[in-house]
Design a protein around this ligand. Structure first.
Ligand SMILES: NC(=O)c1ccc[n+]([C@@H]2O[C@H](COP(=O)([O-])OP(=O)(O)OC[C@H]3O[C@@H](n4cnc5c(N)ncnc54)[C@H](OP(=O)(O)O)[C@@H]3O)[C@@H](O)[C@H]2O)c1
Length: 332
């Protein structure tokens, strides 16, 4: 299989290369693209590869079977449809197609059934929303959800390589450079994206809209406050949820412990450093809002947003498509 990665030099693109290697996806040829040409800028299975300038004409001419976009909304909007029209499966980490009714928003542990044979463009959801949905789906399946409220503690790598570099620069004594709305070192910044509408920032709207779409619950009340914290990697989320029917901590704990892609911590805490480089979502601190409460609960959810929130989720979508026989005519 010939696999293209657009944005291969970025933090998500680089993680896609590592996840493809680790999961032994049958990649025969890896084609790397970015905004400018470079020699030996990325490696795949121990071999340095050149990076080409991404244009739809160039990528189509290189004949990949699947193209991962890990670049920008603009790049996806400009190129993804042309690639799909040329018969290439597109797995897109930007927000461009996430709310398009013609595209499924697949989190393999949650809604693999949303894939139809006609689908060619597969957006990968917002990283915060993916981590949240993996934690919420077992609860929705077991007892139904009525409302979800979440406050997030989001890593700087969520803002790409620039986010990581900014934290490192501030740690080295350089002044803030505007990547974040305020200094990030020794601080927390309650803005992720630009403000709009009722005063939500962009990430807060994405979390609400994409959680409803992924859980197939257009009616679900979801409200978010999204906050950037000086953590390098992995997003944490304090989740408050109301259930449709009365339940117990035992029933919820059993549902979480049995859920695919979830590690449930019955006691103790879990932190972003604990989950770096893992592909599962960790849930801890499950408790009622008041003692004996049967409908209102709280939990702490943590996931590596570069892996489960982006690269791994995209590679899992490719694995599902391989299982479904989408590439049967393709030699590995
Ligand atoms: N970071 C996360 O946690 C996260 C999570 C989920 C989704 N996403 C999404 O994933 C995508 C990549 O994010 P990132 O965090 O990896 O960003 P990043 O570290 O800044 O990397 C961006 C990559 O895209 C390339 N690029 C930028 N504009 C391009 C263009 N017009 N044509 C081709 N390549 C272009 C860059 O190439 P150069 O090296 O040449 O500049 C670089 O390889 C974004 O859509 C982002 O919203 C990110």
């Amino acid at each position: 299989m010939r696999v293209a990665v657009i944005g291969a030099t970025g933090v998500v693109g680089e993680t896609i290369l590592r996840v493809l290697e680790e999961r032994n996806v049958p990649v025969e040829t890896l084609l790397a693209y970015a905004s400018r040409e470079r020699e030996n800028a990325v490696s795949f299975r121990g071999v340095s590869l050149p990076v080409a300038v991404a244009t739809s004409q160039r990528i189509i001419a290189d004949r990949p079977h699947v193209a991962f976009f890990a670049s920008s909304d603009d790049a996806s909007a400009e190129m993804a449809q042309a690639l799909a029209d040329a018969g290439i499966i597109v797995i897109d980490n930007s927000s461009t197609f996430r709310l398009d009714p013609a595209c499924p928003l697949v989190v393999p542990e949650v809604n693999p059934q949303s894939i139809q044979p006609s689908h060619r463009i597969f957006p990968v959801g917002n990283c915060t929303a993916i981590v949240l949905c993996v934690g919420l789906a077992p609860i929705e399946r077991a007892v139904g959800l009525k409302a979800v409220r979440v406050s997030t503690y989001q890593a700087v790598s969520g803002a790409g390589r620039a986010g990581l570099d900014t934290l490192a620069d501030e740690e080295a004594g350089k002044p803030p450079n505007g990547t974040f709305a305020a200094p990030i070192l020794h601080n927390v910044v309650p803005q992720v994206g630009s403000f709009s509408g009722i005063g939500n920032n962009g990430e807060e709207d994405k979390v609400a809209q994409e959680t409803r779409k992924t859980l197939n619950r257009p009616d679900l009340h979801v409200a978010a406050t999204c906050v950037r914290v000086p953590v390098r990697r992995a997003h944490s989320e304090a989740v408050f949820f109301e259930t449709e029917r009365p339940t117990s901590l035992e029933e919820l704990g059993d549902a979480l412990a049995a859920a695919p892609g979830v590690v449930f911590h019955d006691r103790g805490i879990v932190t972003p450093l604990d989950v770096e480089n893992t592909d599962v979502v960790h849930v801890a601190r499950l408790r009622g809002e008041t003692e004996g409460d049967e409908k209102r609960f709280m939990m702490w959810v943590v996931g590596d947003q570069l892996r489960k929130g982006a690269a791994t989720n995209g590679v899992q979508i490719l694995e599902l498509l391989i299982e479904q026989g989408r590439f049967t005519a393709v030699a590995s």
